[in-house]
Write a protein that binds this ligand. Structure first.
Ligand code: BCO
Length: 573
């Protein structure tokens, strides 16, 4: 460990060695302009190894590149030199031990443990496409992901290994299972010991900017999650001056983004954006969400910037904490769902800090924000971040609408698709085509823009539920409910919630044999059932039993009618 002290090392120690670099920029990481389209780019060799070189030349301060802590007092601090060393080893484990090649797919389902960053960067070095997933996934979700992607490999922990084993026989493409654990498991390779014995000499691939790098699973309004595939352009974009302006990170900054590693927010804000700037990525293990731990952490560690979901800021404000004047915190940003002006004001009063909004999707990465230092218009999600040309378009042909008119937030893709926008939905030409509207990618998010370019979120134009920053497709929850014998049919919609913004609500028609059951007890049983068969964050926090569901003449459930009833109720309260 090069910097500071640590009580005990959670993961492993390796002596940093002298390294060979394949592609170190002479002029520094941020050498591209907003509209550059370099033919080749690889985040590992062009950015991570650049900072390693800066450290070696004494041109970067002593702060770590990754600083990981947990509530037991364990701590890991890795410099960029160590990260280059360890991620080269990870790359060798994948290619030499596991026989994986550029273009192969690896499911990465780990909690916030330091190995997550080694696996992701090891994949980038080798061109293996990594597919982050939350540890809340259940066997059924994992099976879906492995089969849809034809994944050759998976990296996960003890907690999820049995779930993987229960479905592995249905995944013929799956060649290697890697376990991050202190214990062995039959049929699994031990990632930690393989890293220890692997060579740190590795030649990073010379990836094209347009080569695939990562796939995020994102919920749709119908069916199961889609695979939004991104190229190396996703990481190149954060070297552009417009992206660098958003947080204005410096090498001395310590950025804590609390996102679960399964979401695009974590890939961008706990890896790409801070390391592009040579900043410290701070991670707390946080196996369970607890506002008290978050507040204690912000007091205890020299964190300068914090990014999380608006629900987290709300939950902190709800608790009775004495002081929220954090000694080193300078900048806060919230992303994943909308923030109300009253919440921004309350946060400012309690902390003395402005709460900036970020907006993006798994398909788009960071799309809008109010850059640090520029005027925050309360309730607005800020301005478009170039190279995205954001316009407000109509549903039909993608015609551009004038300011202050409600429209779909569109990102121009013609004549040229901008760097950083997803490539396509893997294996799904129909859905890829469906989100193209004239010259634009249609986000499906309704918003308006004012004359100064500030954007105001209004809502979705479909049935997707945004509950505390999670995008949840109703079909996923309805399909989980359908597996319970009490459910004849169900309709799942969003319902307003003062803390989480929205929550999942299920309207359920019971089968005759359950009609006489105690409704409260049955609601709890169904909630537990959903938590057991699919990722628990999707479970319906509200349940209402109804004799029938509203339907169109063709038998289609009118979710919009139910949703309007929910939001109408809120207005009447
Ligand atoms: O609330 P309950 O206790 O009833 O249930 C919770 C958990 O306790 C439970 N659970 C979790 N793991 C389980 C489990 N139950 C059984 N078995 C397990 N293995 O399930 C429920 C999960 O709900 P949750 O995750 O909302 O829980 P929690 O603890 O209330 O967390 C609150 C938040 C705010 C921390 C959480 O909702 C959150 O992390 N939200 C943010 C999501 C996010 O990062 N979105 C960004 C996506 S990327 C993007 O938008 C692009 C932006 C550029």
């Amino acid at each position: 460990v090069l910097w500071g002290t640590h009580k005990s090392c959670h993961a492993f120690h390796l002596a940093p060695r002298t390294l060979r670099f394949q592609s170190v920029s002479a002029t520094g990481a941020p050498r591209w302009n907003d509209h550059d389209r370099p033919e080749k780019f690889n985040f590992a060799s062009d950015v991570l190894d650049y900072w390693t070189q800066m450290e070696k030349e004494g041109k970067r301060g002593p702060n770590p590149a990754l600083w990981w802590v947990n509530s037991q007092g364990d701590e890991v601090k890795w410099s960029f030199r160590e990260l280059t060393d360890f991620t080269c080893r990870a790359a060798n484990v994948f290619t030499q031990t596991c026989g994986l090649q550029q273009g192969d797919r690896l499911a990465l389902i780990l909690p916030r443990v330091p190995e997550w960053w080694l696996v992701a960067m090891g994949c980038i070095r080798t061109g293996i496409i990594f597919m982050p997933g939350t540890t809340q996934l259940k066997a059924k979700d994992i099976l879906y992901r492995l089969k849809q992607s034809n994944a050759q490999s998976i990296v996960t922990t003890d907690a999820l290994a049995p779930e993987v084993d229960s479905v592995a026989s249905e995944c013929p493409a799956l060649k290697t299972k890697l376990l991050v654990s202190d214990h062995g498991r039959e049929g699994w390779l031990d990632f930690r010991s393989l890293i220890q014995s692997a060579s740190p000499d590795h030649t990073c691939i010379k990836s094209k900017t347009t080569d695939p790098m990562v796939i995020f699973f994102t919920s749709g309004t119908t069916g199961f999650p889609k695979m939004a595939k991104h190229s190396h352009g996703l990481s190149l974009r954060h070297s552009f001056p417009s992206s660098r302006k958003v947080l204005q990170l410096k090498t001395s900054d310590v950025l804590w983004c609390l996102s679960d590693p399964g979401w695009i927010m974590a890939t961008v804000e706990t890896m790409i954006e801070p390391w592009t700037a040579g900043s410290t990525v701070f991670i707390h293990h946080l196996p369970q969400f607890d506002p008290k731990v978050i507040v204690e952490t912000l007091f205890k560690y020299p964190i300068t910037q914090c990014i999380t979901a608006p629900s987290v800021f709300r939950m902190i404000l709800q608790e009775n904490f004495g002081s929220l004047r954090f000694p080193t915190l300078e900048h806060c940003a919230a992303g994943g769902e909308a923030v109300l002006p009253e919440e921004q004001e309350k946060w400012r009063q309690r902390t003395g800090l402005l709460l900036h909004q970020l907006y993006g999707q798994s398909e788009t990465g960071l799309t809008c924000s109010t850059p640090r230092g520029s005027q925050v218009k309360p309730g607005s999600m800020g301005k478009a971040i170039p190279p995205f040309d954001v316009q407000f378009i109509d549903d039909d042909e993608g015609n551009i609408l004038p300011p202050n008119t409600e429209g779909n937030l569109g990102i121009r893709i013609k004549p040229t698709k901008p760097i950083g926008l997803f490539m396509l939905y893997e294996n799904d030409q129909v859905k890829t085509a469906k989100v193209e509207c004239g010259d634009f990618y249609n986000t499906g998010d309704k918003a308006t823009i004012d004359e100064e370019g500030y954007i105001w979120f209004l809502g979705r134009d479909d049935d997707i539920i945004n509950a505390s920053g999670y995008r949840i497709g109703p079909a996923e929850v309805e399909s989980a409910l359908a597996k319970h014998p009490a459910v004849a049919e169900s309709a799942v919609v969003s319902s307003p919630d003062p803390i989480r913004g929205q929550v999942v609500k299920a309207f359920i028609v019971l089968t005759p044999q359950f009609l006489s059951h105690d409704p409260d007890q049955l609601a709890k049983e169904l909630q537990e059932h959903v938590k057991a068969v699919t990722a628990p964050y999707k479970y319906p926090r509200k349940v209402e039993f109804v004799p029938e569901l509203p339907k169109t003449v063709t038998g289609k459930i009118k979710r919009s009618e139910l949703r309007e009833k929910e939001f109408g109720q809120m207005q009447r309260q």
